[in-house]
Design a binder for this molecule. Structure first.
Ligand SMILES: Cc1cc2nc3c(=O)[nH]c(=O)nc-3n(C[C@H](O)[C@H](O)[C@H](O)COP(=O)(O)OP(=O)(O)OC[C@H]3O[C@@H](n4cnc5c(N)ncnc54)[C@H](O)[C@@H]3O)c2cc1C
Length: 388
């Protein structure tokens, strides 16, 4: 049996690497375990780029969290002395009353986010290569940008290591148990003891919880394409809602192609049995929509990738104490929009690990209070359906 740690973090993707870093920054003796060797291409944190934006159509309560996350990414960028965040602006396009634009406007108004609301002719005048339908508008947010995924994870893990964290990769956690004295974590190589356990296993987190909780999570296969688009050098992130059921996102070329994908709409998958090849019909679903919005963004396809979303039923994250095991913290359920928040999620985990009395409270301006919407109890201990 190995020595005792204050905290063990299981999974070193976006959430776990940030948690390990934040714990180590506070002097916590932490061990990070991963079954693979992050950053790797089998979970949710790969594919070169992720969008970061303050205008948050999903719900305005995320805005203070993104603001705090920006500070975290900028500090990491300074420590790593490399470019992690590309600032190019972001444009949300759709019908004015549609979920994307109305949600974006709700968040920019509530939080006074600098923005411009542009009609389709103005959009077309400013961005010549964009062909939005006549009844679509765009909300332009100058501060939005793109995070470089793999360098971000590497920088978080390097800094955690420099701050004293121990990392073990290629080691899979097979079981855990919490008891009066702490937690015991069993891997395919060893057994560890700690005071706090952080489960940040991404698409595999369900397998470390109860079968009922696992069944409430949906792991969704997602496809991205990189193409050789003929677009101006300064081009924003563009997210387009052609109808109320679909969202196309595009990320400008940072040197290895223009990226496009659909947000949600993929099949459910077992994270251990993922089909890694991309079919022609999956490519066509993306390319057909792209051709309508940006006729100049067309094949050749330079690259393809398959990645996984871990969706909670309400698409809010899973962050907080396990309702039955207070020494066990959950950080997961990214639901396709979690990467940008990694630094603030790391800070929240560290705060919980160090403060036994902490409870989820309502969202507050600091960006560090854990929203009640993230409570693990809704997955692990949901109230019985009154209709049943
Ligand atoms: C195609 C795509 C596009 C996205 N776009 C955006 C975007 O634009 N903006 C944004 O903010 N977010 C975006 N997201 C979401 C974001 O990337 C995820 O929410 C985030 O990366 C989730 O990180 P994670 O740490 O939960 O999971 P992961 O990165 O998958 O990390 C989990 C880790 O746990 C390890 N692990 C699992 N089981 C065990 C075990 N038993 N023992 C030890 N280790 C284990 C795995 O090896 C893995 O390294 C996107 C996601 C995808 C797939």
């Amino acid at each position: 049996m190995s020595s005792r740690h204050h905290a063990i973090v299981v999974g070193l993707g976006a959430f776990g690497s940030a948690a390990l870093d934040a714990l180590s920054a506070r002097g916590v003796r932490a061990l990070g375990l991963d079954r693979f060797d992050p950053p790797h291409t089998l979970g949710s944190s790969h594919g070169r780029t992720r969008i970061i934006r303050e205008a948050y159509f999903e719900d305005p309560f995320y805005v203070p969290l993104v603001r705090r996350a920006y500070t975290g990414w900028e500090a990491l960028e300074a420590d790593a002395a490399e470019s992690l965040l590309h600032r190019c602006g972001g444009l949300m396009v759709g019908r004015e009353g549609g979920p994307l634009v109305s949600g974006t406007l709700a968040s920019v108004l509530e939080h006074a986010i600098p923005h411009q609301l542009l009609d389709s002719s103005e959009l077309n005048r400013r961005l010549l290569a964009l062909r939005p339908p006549d009844d679509h508008v765009g909300v332009l947010e100058e501060r939005a940008g793109v995070l470089r995924v793999e360098p971000c994870i590497r920088a978080l893990l390097d800094r955690a290591r420099e701050r004293g964290a121990e990392l073990r990769t290629g080691e899979r956690v097979t079981a855990w148990e919490s008891h009066d004295g702490g937690v015991t974590v069993v891997t395919d190589r060893d057994t560890y003891q700690a005071e706090t356990l952080v489960l940040a296993a991404g698409p595999w987190i369900g397998g470390l919880l109860t079968p009922e909780a696992a069944a409430r999570l949906r792991v969704e296969r997602q496809v991205c394409l990189w193409i050789d688009a003929d677009l101006p050098d300064r081009w924003p992130v563009v997210v387009w809602e052609p109808d109320d059921d679909r969202i196309l996102y595009t990320i400008p070329d940072l040197g290895d192609g223009f990226k496009a994908g659909l947000h949600h709409g993929g099949p459910e998958t077992d994270p251990d049995q993922v089909e890694r090849g991309v079919t022609q019909s999956e490519e066509e679903r993306i390319l057909t929509l792209l051709a309508r919005l940006m006729p100049r963004a067309k094949p050749p396809i330079l690259n393809r990738s398959v990645c996984l979303y871990t969706n909670t039923p309400d698409h809010h994250f899973l962050l907080g104490r396990h309702p039955d095991h207070p020494r066990v913290l959950l950080a997961g359920g990214g639901s396709g929009h979690g990467f940008k928040f990694a630094p603030v999620i790391g800070e929240m985990v560290a705060r919980l690990a160090l403060d036994d009395d902490d409870e989820p409270v309502s969202p507050a301006a600091s960006g560090l209070d854990i929203p009640t919407a993230f409570a693990p109890a809704r997955l692990l201990d949901p109230s019985p359906d009154p209709a049943q």
